[in-house]
Write a protein that binds this ligand. Structure first.
Ligand SMILES: [Zn+2]
Length: 269
């Protein structure tokens, strides 16, 4: 890699299986009718990714994926049967880092889109490293604002020991790499904008937008959302930036899109 070059690797880090009704409140697909009162929403694949950006000014990691011990770790939440995890050995987050030739100590910037268990699930692996750890101020306040083991899919031990620095505005954290405030899914969900010399602009929405079907237009809300008005504003904010920059928008959990992504060991420049 010559100096001045950015290398962006999308790392698929396993998947959930889940009812589509969590992700997309499209009545035609997830709600029963007089003719079909017991209609079940489709059971779908929900892939998860992390993003590694090897930048002349440092290595940045966006999200940490699913934990190997999800079944025991998540048992106290009572939610494991709704979101069972499926991953091959080579897909787990630590396997992907190894394949990329990167160790936790090589990460200079560890940025969390938000602190749900499928994004912060391996955050603890960075306890004691020198990485600058970043999330939004609103997410920090929410995710540290409860007592006990968990609050739904926020599991304190995933992220609770990390020395967070927080951001409140859209922030260019490295030249060409910008954190966008896109709340609504959670208190302070962020998206990631990367301006690449060859590929152009990519926007990783994380769970600000689960699926292309949520993006539309028109936007279709998920079945679970913390604040639906903020969610919609964030979707339209992303749409505006994407139109201005002619960006490729990468959704948080879109199985169809994931099939067509360049993924590790391939990368974008
Ligand atoms: Zn997620």
């Amino acid at each position: 890699m010559s100096s001045g070059e950015i290398k962006l690797t999308v790392m698929p880090v396993g998947k959930f299986e889940a009812s589509l009704s969590w992700l997309l409140f499209d009545p035609a697909r997830v709600v029963g009718t007089r003719q079909e009162p017991h209609k079940a929403a489709p059971w779908v694949d929900v892939p998860v990714h992390s993003v590694l950006i090897q930048h002349p000014e440092g290595n940045l990691l966006w999200d940490t994926g699913l934990p190997r011990d999800w079944e025991t770790k998540w048992a106290p939440t009572g939610l494991t049967d709704y979101w069972p995890v499926v991953a091959e050995e080579q897909e787990w987050f630590d396997s992907r880092l190894r394949q990329a030739g990167v160790e936790t100590g090589d990460i200079d910037f560890l940025v969390f889109s938000h602190l749900h268990w499928d994004h912060a699930g391996n955050g603890w692996m960075f306890n004691g490293t020198d990485a600058k750890v970043v999330c939004s101020q609103a997410e920090y306040e929410g995710a540290f604002g409860f007592d006990g083991y968990c609050d739904g899919p926020f599991i304190r031990s995933d992220y609770g020991e990390l020395p967070f620095e927080t951001v409140q505005e859209d922030t260019e954290i490295l030249p060409g790499v910008t954190l966008l405030q896109t709340p609504g899914h959670t208190w302070g969900t962020m998206s990631l904008q990367v301006d690449l010399p060859d590929t152009g602009t990519m926007i990783f929405t994380s769970d600000a937008i689960f699926l292309g079907d949520n993006f539309g237009p028109p936007a279709v809300t998920p079945g679970i959302v913390h604040d639906s008005q903020k969610w919609l504003s964030s979707v339209e904010k992303i749409r505006g930036i994407a139109e201005r920059t002619d960006a490729t928008v990468i959704f948080g959990h879109d199985a169809e899109q994931a099939k067509h992504m360049r993924s590790a060991p391939d990368y974008y420049t």
